[in-house]
Design a protein around this ligand. Structure first.
Ligand SMILES: Cc1cc2nc3c(=O)[nH]c(=O)nc-3n(C[C@H](O)[C@H](O)[C@H](O)COP(=O)(O)O)c2cc1C
Length: 139
C-alpha cells in the first residue's frame, strides 16, 4: 500500500510537525510539508493540519486543490488549542474537489501561546500513531 504524509505547521512550537514526525517514524514514510506535492499516486494520505482562526490554513487548501497525484483516501489529523478538529472543513472542501476524505479523523490539543502547555502530549502523539495504524488496517 502506498502511503504519504503531508503537514502544515505555523507556530514556532511546530505542533503539527511533531505529530507528523512521530507518524513518519512509526510508519516509515517521510513526513513532508504541503508545499511538496505528491509525485506519485497514493492509496492513503495522512493530512496533518491545525486550526487557525477557526479555519484551515491556505497552504492546506492549495495542496488539496492540486495535490500532484491521485489519492485513494485522506485521513485528517489535527491539533488545536481547543481540541476542535478541522475535519468538517476538510471534508467540505474535499467533497467540492472530488476527494475521498475519510469519516474517521484524529484531533488533539496543541499549545498556543500560554494555553494548553505541553500539548500535544506523549499520549496524544501516540494516539495519532494508533489512529493511523488502525486506519491502515481497515483500508
Ligand atoms: C494565528 C493562530 C490562530 C489560532 N486559532 C485557533 C482557533 O481558532 N481555535 C483553536 O482551537 N486553536 C487556534 N489556534 C491554536 C492552534 O490550532 C494550535 O496551537 C496548533 O497546535 C498549532 O499547530 P502548529 O504549531 O503546527 O502551527 C491558533 C493558533 C494560531 C497561531
Amino acid at each position: 500500500m502506498k502511503i504519504a504524509i503531508r503537514y502544515y505547521t505555523q507556530t514556532k512550537l511546530g505542533n503539527t510537525k511533531k505529530i507528523a514526525d512521530r507518524l513518519s517514524d512509526a510508519l516509515e514514510v517521510p513526513a513532508l510539508p504541503v508545499s511538496e506535492k505528491l509525485n506519485e499516486d497514493v492509496d492513503v494520505l495522512f493530512l496533518l493540519d491545525a486550526m487557525y482562526a477557526n479555519d484551515v490554513n491556505k497552504a492546506i487548501k492549495e495542496f488539496l486543490k492540486e495535490p500532484g497525484a491521485k489519492i485513494g483516501t485522506i485521513y485528517n489529523i489535527c491539533s488545536s488549542c481547543s481540541g476542535r478538529s478541522t475535519a468538517k472543513k476538510i471534508r467540505k472542501l474535499g467533497s467540492k474537489l472530488g476527494l475521498n476524505i475519510s469519516e474517521k479523523d484524529y484531533a488533539c490539543h496543541g499549545q498556543w501561546l500560554g494555553l494548553m502547555k505541553g500539548h500535544p502530549t506523549e499520549e496524544e502523539l501516540q494516539g495519532a500513531v494508533d489512529f493511523a495504524k488502525k486506519a491502515l488496517e481497515q483500508e
